[in-house]
Every structure is written in C-alpha cells, then in structure tokens.
Design a protein around this ligand. Structure first.
Ligand SMILES: C[S@@+](CC[C@H](N)C(=O)[O-])C[C@H]1O[C@@H](n2cnc3c(N)ncnc32)[C@H](O)[C@@H]1O
Length: 373
C-alpha cells in the first residue's frame, strides 16, 4: 500500500452502527483513562509556566466516536479548575481535531453543540470561549502554522505508518510482522517507523510554541524484540483466519501474500531513540501501561456509558468487533466486501479460543515531551 493509498483507505469504520468505531472503541477509551495522570501533569505544568490567555490544543488521529472529544473535555476541565484555584480569568480555547480525510468528521461536527452544553453543565459554569476546527490530513506532514500550538495529544494513532514499508514482498502468509517473518521484513517495518516518527517529531517541533507540551500514547510493546508476541499476536491470529480461507479457496494465495498492514508497535526505547535523535524535545516521562484485549474483562461498563448485554460479555466477539472497526476498510479495499463476514466470524472463534487459554494484552507506550526553547 503506497502513502497515497494509506491516506485514502485507512480510517476507522464511521457512523454509529454495530461495526462502527464509535461503538467499538472501549479499549482505546480505557487507554485514555489509564494515561490521564500524565496529561494532568502536562497540563498543570503547561498552564502554570505560561499563564496563557489563549490555549491552542490539537488531538491528532482523533477518529470519530466517544473518545474524540473526551481528551478535549478533560483538558478544558483541568484548565478551568486551575483558573478557579488561581483566581484567573478563563483562557479562550482553540481546539483542532485532526485525522485522515476519510474520517467521519461530520459525525464529530454534529455533536459539538451537545458537547459544549454538557461540558458547561459538568463544570457548573460558563467556560472560556471555545473554537473548534477539523483538520483533515496526515500527521506525517505539516498541519499547523509555525509556533501555533500549546498542547498536542495523540492516542492510539501513531502506530499507523504512513505506508506499508517497501521490501516486504517475502512476508508471505503474514499480514504484519509475525513469528515466521524474515528478518528483512522486521527491519523494513522498523525503518519505516523510524522515518515516519522522525518526520512527525520534526513537524510538531515547528508547530509547538517553546515550552509547549506533547503527550503521545502509541500501541506498542514492552519487549525489545519487534517480533515478540506482544505487538504482533493480534494480527497473527487475523492472518490465521485469512490463511484458513486460502486453504478453503475463498481467498487467493497471491491476494494474501500481497497484503500487509501499515503499522508498527514500537518499544519505549525505540520511541526514546527517535526523540533524542530529533533533538527538539525534553522527555519528561516515558511509561508503558497494559490493557486486556477484551476491555470488558475488568471494566465497569456502566461507568463509561456502554450498555452491557449478553454479546458484550463475549470476549471473542468484543475483540473481533474492535479489530473490525479498525481494519475493515483496509481489508475491503484489498480483498473486496464479500469475504468480510466470514473473516470476522472465523477471527472471533480463533480469538475466543486463544483468550480462554492465555492472558492477552495490548501494551501502550506513553511519552510526555516539552518543546525546548
Ligand atoms: C484507533 S484510532 C484512535 C482514535 C482516538 N484517538 C482514540 O483514542 O479512540 C486511530 C486513528 O488514527 C488515524 N490516523 C492514522 N494515521 C494517521 C495519519 N497519518 N494522520 C492522521 N490520522 C491518522 C486513523 O484514521 C484513526 O482514526
């Protein structure tokens, strides 16, 4: 998949239907919840060091669903609380929501009025004036004017590469780095991550003001080994479903051999290395958190406004739906629509079987950075 194709094909399932990202993003919601203390630290230190009259914040890879505005809401609440404590006037907020052009921005825009009303109700008073904009485009390019942002946030988006790396033609029967991937494939994926992440850092270094903060959470791994199960297993099991369909004759072998996911799940040291090489940021914090594949496993659904139903307690179904919301547009574009139901029904069974036998987790690498003077 070339860069252009990724920009067109990569998006979460839009709308609010059963397979939509909006209804299948509980894992990502939980990750946002787990990383709240790091944002709290970032926002408090940002506000107290600058005492700004105006704050520009950007959420990169915002998608469309309950998570899209949750970090913005949290940000505004934290700043309003600081203003009250310090007896300052509220600043004005400039909020930029970025994603690739295929994202369901309309769905976000339609929810903005209700969002603002709810936020004022929750805070119990009027907030500073807030101005929202959608910014379609790749975060692997410049998106904002020089020195125009105070705070950049991104959660569960930077594991997506700008394109499938070149030179992975021999990654047969795999769709990402897998236990049988040749070493050149593993290297190609890592090098693509290095190129992409360094471009990302360079662009944000131009766009952030001095002292601006950036909190990035990336689906990653703890292990130093890029082919460790931690980052790859979820895709390897999808590849199993696809390989079964090749054996059955519903998918052509060449079709599977030429399909690779534009993703890389980095370790904390790989993230750190790129930040140090780029040189524009201090690293304030670098942490790894963990979340079960099936977020309902250990999650109080009611607290997060998800209705618990019989189907939601089925781990295989939950995880398959979560992955479907993320991967369906890419699969449809490569294999066509007809195979989708069967892929995900097989995948659900494979997932349920593995999850009954082993503890399966996603690992999240979070980094807090400050733009140097
Ligand atoms: C799994 S969603 C995460 C959404 C949201 N931040 C959350 O935590 O629920 C990843 C999002 O990143 C977006 N994305 C991937 N690559 C991107 C790029 N190069 N530029 C902008 N957005 C991108 C995808 O379109 C998708 O909406």
């Amino acid at each position: 998949m070339s860069r252009m194709e990724v920009a067109q094909v990569l998006h979460m399932n839009g709308g609010v239907g059963d397979a939509s990202y909006a209804n299948n993003s509980l894992v990502q919601q939980k990750v946002i919840y787990l990383t709240k203390p790091i944002r709290e630290e970032a926002i408090t230190s940002l506000y107290c060091s600058m005492l700004p009259k105006s704050l520009a914040i950007a959420d990169l890879g915002c998608s469309s669903g309950p998570n899209t505005l949750s970090v913005v809401s949290e940000f505004i609440k934290m700043v309003e609380k600081l203003c009250r404590e310090l007896k300052h006037k509220s600043p004005e907020y400039k909020v930029y929501l970025n994603d690739l052009p295929g994202n369901d921005f309309n769905n976000i825009f339609k929810s903005l009025d209700t969002f603002k009303e709810k936020l004022c109700d929750e805070i119990g008073s009027a907030i500073g004036p807030s101005y929202f904009s959608g910014v379609p485009g790749s975060f692997y390019s410049r998106l904002f004017p020089n020195r125009s942002l105070d705070f950049v946030h991104s959660s569960y988006s930077l594991q997506w590469l700008s394109k499938v790396p070149e030179g992975v033609e021999n990654n047969r029967s795999n769709i990402y780095i897998g236990s049988t991937s040749p070493t050149n494939v593993v290297r190609a994926y890592y090098q693509q991550f290095q190129r992409d992440f360094s471009v990302f850092l360079k662009c944000r270094a131009e766009e952030l003001v001095e002292g601006g903060r950036m909190v990035l959470t990336i689906l990653g791994r703890k292990s130093d080994d890029p082919s460790s199960k931690e980052g790859c297993y979820i895709w390897e099991l999808m590849a199993t479903a696809l390989n079964d369909m090749v054996l059955q004759g519903t998918i052509k072998k060449e079709q599977l051999d030429t399909f690779n996911i534009p993703q890389y799940t980095p370790s904390p040291s790989e993230v750190k290395l790129e930040v140090l090489k780029e040189g524009s940021f201090f690293i304030n914090r670098l942490e790894v958190s963990e979340v079960h594949w099936n977020a309902f496993d250990e999650w109080n659904a009611l607290e997060f406004e998800y209705e618990r139903s019989e189907s939601l307690s089925d781990g295989g179904y939950n995880v398959a739906q979560c992955m479907r919301a993320v991967a369906e547009p890419m699969l449809v574009s490569h294999f066509g629509e007809d195979i989708i139901e069967e892929v995900f029904s097989r995948y659900q069974q494979i997932l349920a079987d593995r999850m009954s036998k082993e503890k399966t987790k996603f690992f999240n690498v979070t980094i807090l950075l400050t733009r140097k003077a």
